[in-house]
Write a protein of this length. Structure first.
Lengths: 145, 189
């Protein structure tokens, strides 16, 4: 006669297990990729070449764009210039201010330089993750060149 | 038909360039701070001042949001009180602009403080509140002249409905339907 079976354990090992959990919090900053173009009043002469862009020029441009569109609260948005290369600019703003920042840059009509030319900073891409913005640029260059 | 919702702000002008006890004759200190305004203040001056302040603080975006629906509904120079109408979504911009204004909107205007004492969704409640405050003000001034150290009317004037938190301004919730984004704001005085 078989002995009575041991009482089966009430807790069975669960069929699914969490191996690892990761919480993605909203990132504190948002990033933007800007390109500088120069337009001149003479339509034949619209050229993309311009003097290499300076971080100070970018700072002044963003300041006047934000101040015109959003006033003092716009000028108080902390904009960090991450990198300036020839005519490409990478910029960082607090995430909640990204919509105001991009609207300001889009609405701004450009800084007038001497001789009737205006410099315009065009917003090429913006988002919460810097890696995806960089990847997008690389991807476009892959097919363009 | 989409209903356009508004907020009505009841604002007091409090004068800051008076020293207590300096008045000629028996005038209570409360009356010194809440003096009548000079006869030149017009609604257009106030509107222009508020609009330029909103433009300075919030730029083109803010002034575009506020310009359409900003209106001075009532201005009383005797009591230095006015009622503003502003759209519900942007009344905080106007409130912030009022906080930054520091003098009457003339050249070399007197220094003063614009104090928002009531926000409501309907103008009727704001009018009732203005009347109530005027009555309490008279009572408080009389009690102060009579020499009472702590005046019940003054407390009621400064503290508003809710004694516990010591706030002097209440946001009304007497709107027709209660929206989720309405805050029950009690501002300290």
């Amino acid at each position: 006669m078989t002995t009575t079976a041991q009482p089966t354990p009430t807790t069975k090992p669960p069929k699914t297990q969490d191996l690892a959990t990761l919480t993605i919090k909203p990132p504190p900053f948002a990033y933007a990729h800007l390109t500088a173009t120069t337009t001149s009043p003479d339509p034949d002469e619209t050229s993309m070449s311009l003097d290499p862009l300076d971080a100070l020029q970018v700072r002044a441009y963003c300041n006047s764009a934000l101040r015109q569109f959003l006033g003092d609260t716009g000028a108080a948005i902390p904009v960090d210039i991450l990198s300036v290369q020839a005519s490409d600019v990478w910029v960082r703003v607090p995430r909640t201010d990204l919509s105001g920042f991009s609207a300001s840059l889009t609405a701004y009509s450009g800084l007038a330089q001497g001789g009737g030319t205006t410099t315009v900073l065009r917003l090429r891409a913006c988002g919460d993750w810097l890696g995806s913005l960089l990847g997008r640029v690389e991807q476009q260059e892959l097919w363009a060149s | 038909m989409v209903r356009l919702k508004d907020r009505y702000l009841l604002v007091n002008i409090v004068y800051t360039d008076v020293q207590p006890g300096q008045a000629k004759g028996p005038v209570s200190d409360l009356m010194l701070y809440n003096q009548p305004t000079t006869g030149e203040l017009r609604p257009q001056h106030l509107l222009k001042a508020i609009r330029s302040e909103v433009n300075a603080l919030f730029g083109d975006c803010g002034s575009g949001a506020v310009d359409r629906s900003l209106q001075v509904k009532y201005l009383s120079q005797a009591t230095s009180t006015f009622i503003l109408r502003i759209s519900r979504d942007h009344y905080r911009l106007v409130w912030a602009a009022l906080s930054f204004m520091h003098k009457l909107p003339f050249k070399d205007g007197r220094p003063c403080v614009y104090r928002v004492v009531r926000v409501s969704g309907t103008i009727r409640k704001v009018e009732e509140e203005a009347v109530r405050r005027a009555k309490l003000f008279i009572l408080a001034a009389k009690e102060e002249m009579a020499g009472k150290p702590s005046s019940g009317a003054l407390d009621a004037l400064l503290r508003g409905k809710d004694q516990g938190r010591g706030l002097a301004m209440v946001v009304d919730q007497d709107v027709d339907d209660l929206e989720d984004d309405d805050l029950e704001m009690e501002v300290g005085g």
